[in-house]
Design a protein around this ligand. Structure first.
Ligand code: XMP
Length: 319
């Protein structure tokens, strides 16, 4: 009989057999996938594993600190925090095309990762939290023709370039199975249940040009939205929820003054695997309360809209 405990033991056995006494580098993103991969591999080979966390400056509020605390302090996994936000935001200046954003971030991600990883002596393997849908979505889409829908920035081509062999212990799993495996490995429920977060991060939730000002506003608005969702006990029913800051300022009134601030869109969807999605049917009370909180608590936003597009025809992200 197939059980997750059995899968874990088998995965650990395979990792040990593949890796032997060699060193492994794992790119940690803070997401569930790479985290589960890292903890699984750490369980298999202990400190032969070093994690590299590339911080591109496009993470959510407090996210970098949370990741570092969890892995370095709670799990004692050797972790390098590569804080390279200056580099990424500099390169993204003036870029508004979504695919150029992805390619720029992907390219820099590889450069940075490679720079930090090559400082780890004697590493022979590169671990990735690639899932089954990542494997298929980059090849075909809904049984359609073989096209790349979006250039997901799993470090394609990097292993060859660095002369590293790949370790991909989650390659056969869907998201819900990865979560079950994470639970099996003792990761906290709150962490396991985290919504997926795209590699390019907030860059693709900031249509148009990315500025520090917009990112700052976006982070704060997003934190309020997620707080609302948690307070109302809805977090686990939702596949992904986030705010996108729109590249448009609108007129509003606040007290006796006129405001001219950014508009934002709230996005929340249900989904099984991210391939298709429905918008989440919040009550009007919830939406009204959330808009009021965001506009009152986040300086720089004076208008909130709710995105009711399903996938298809929309995508989950705005870019
Ligand atoms: P879309 O927007 O294509 O998103 O409906 C489907 C799922 O994929 C995530 N996503 C990405 N993940 N790099 C990633 O690592 C990307 O470029 C990327 N684009 C979308 C998205 O958050 C959702 O979970």
């Amino acid at each position: 009989d197939w059980t997750m405990a059995g899968y874990r033991d088998e995965a650990i056995r395979k990792i040990r057999e593949q890796v032997g006494d060699k060193k492994v580098i794992c790119g940690l993103s803070g997401g569930v996938d790479s985290s589960v991969a890292a903890v699984l591999i750490h369980e298999a080979i202990g400190d032969q594993l070093t994690c590299v966390f590339v911080d591109h400056g496009l993470l959510r509020l407090n996210e970098a600190e949370e990741v570092v605390t969890m892995f370095r302090d709670n799990y004692n996994i050797p972790l390098i925090h590569a804080d390279e936000s200056e580099l990424f935001l500099g390169a993204l200046e003036g870029v508004s095309d979504p695919e150029v954003k992805r390619k720029t971030i992907g390219r820099l991600f590889i450069d940075v990762f490679q720079r930090y990883a090559s400082a780890i002596e004697g590493a022979e393997f590169l671990a990735q939290g690639t899932l089954y849908p990542d494997v298929i979505e980059s090849v075909s889409f809904s049984g359609g023709p073989s096209v790349t829908i979006k250039s997901h920035h799993n470090v394609g081509g990097l292993p060859e370039k660095m002369g590293l062999k790949l370790v991909e212990p989650l390659r056969e799993l869907f998201k819900d199975e990865v979560r079950a495996l994470g639970r099996e490995l003792g990761l906290p429920d709150k962490f396991i249940g985290r919504h997926p977060f795209p590699g390019p991060g907030l860059a693709i939730r900031c249509p148009g040009e990315i500025t520090r000002e917009k990112l700052d506003i976006l982070r704060r608005a997003d934190a309020v939205f997620i707080d609302q969702i948690r307070r109302h006990g809805l977090y686990d029913e939702i596949w992904q929820a986030f705010v996108a800051i729109l590249p448009v300022r609108t007129v509003g009134v606040m007290g006796d003054g006129r405001t001219y601030d950014f508009a934002c869109a709230l996005r929340a969807v249900t989904s099984v695997d991210g391939m298709t999605a429905d918008y989440y049917p919040f009550t009007h009370e919830f939406l009204g309360e959330t808009a009021t909180r965001i506009i009152n608590e986040v300086k720089g936003i004076n208008r909130c809209t709710y995105d009711i597009t399903s996938k298809p025809p929309g995508t989950i992200e705005w870019e």
